[in-house]
Design a binder for this molecule. Structure first.
Ligand code: ADP
Ligand code: ADP
Length: 224
């Protein structure tokens, strides 16, 4: 089954009011296991809305969301939270790491919350940090890391619980072009290594060209 299927997704805000806006107007999009898809759209086109719906952070007004083939559209909050934790990893433009905890702890904590043991969680966290080239930063707090290093830690955290689907919203958008390039390469290596599916929103067409395919969000629909 596909990692993600969105079918007939509609989403708007302020229904029935003068400022009503229909952001998504019948989105159709599937992402296969191992496939890395670039989502390109101008600001305000609805990328965040689409990613939030795909990641079960928000519900559509109409349409169907499938994660790993399972229809999650009508599920209750408890089950949706479990799927979000187990099957989906998020990366944002800004890292949102916990400032009081080390890089390692930031990657360990979501695993503990998901039922992993301390030892196994630490081993996995160190392995992930090694794969993005910052094993030597494990004990640093986020404030002691560079922007690129912070974002690498955020990638590791997103993959900590071995999701089947990675959703990223401008993952290197707040980095300078050179750092962005290197950090993006590290992300792609990590994604390829783990074979997971990814939907990555970006304004950067050069980065998009390095993914498997690009889809665009145009007047509320996904076009290729
Ligand atoms: P993008 O991520 O592509 O910049 P968004 O999905 O954040 O776009 O937003 C799409 C449109 O929906 C924008 O016009 C935005 O102002 C509007 N919007 C987003 N979230 C809300 C909300 N909670 N309430 C009202 N309007 C919203
Ligand atoms: P990002 O796209 O970086 O994730 P946000 O989701 O915070 O940023 O906001 C994207 C757009 O949606 C912005 O234009 C913002 O003004 C608009 N937006 C977000 N939340 C609301 C809201 N509750 N009401 C109206 N507009 C919103």
């Amino acid at each position: 089954s596909n990692a993600l299927d969105l079918a007939g997704i509609e989403k708007g805000y302020n229904h029935g009011r003068p400022n009503e806006i229909n952001v998504l107007r019948g989105v159709e999009l599937s992402v296969k296991p191992g496939e890395v898809v670039a989502l390109v759209a101008p600001s305000g086109a609805g990328k965040s809305t689409l990613l939030h719906i795909a990641g079960l952070l928000d519900t559509p007004d109409a349409g169907q969301v499938r994660i790993g083939g399972e229809d999650v559209t009508g599920l209750g909050d408890r089950r949706r939270t479990a799927i979000r934790r187990n099957d989906v990893g998020f990366i944002y433009q800004f890292h949102h790491l916990l400032p009081e905890f080390s890089a390692l702890e930031n990657i360990v904590l979501p695993q503990l919350a998901n039922g992993a043991g301390q030892r196994a969680a630490e081993t996995r966290a160190r392995d992930l940090l090694g794969r993005v080239g910052i094993a030597d930063r494990a004990d640093h707090r986020p404030a002691a890391l560079s922007g690129g290093e912070q974002q690498r830690v955020a990638f590791c955290r997103a993959l900590a619980n071995q999701p089947r689907l990675l959703l990223a919203d401008e993952p290197t958008g707040n980095l300078d072009p050179e750092t962005s390039d290197r950090v993006f390469a590290a992300l792609m290596d990590l994604v390829r290594d783990t074979g997971l599916a990814a939907l990555i929103a970006t304004h950067n067409l050069e980065l998009a060209a390095r993914m498997d395919r690009t889809v665009r969000l145009d007047t509320g629909k996904v076009v290729t």
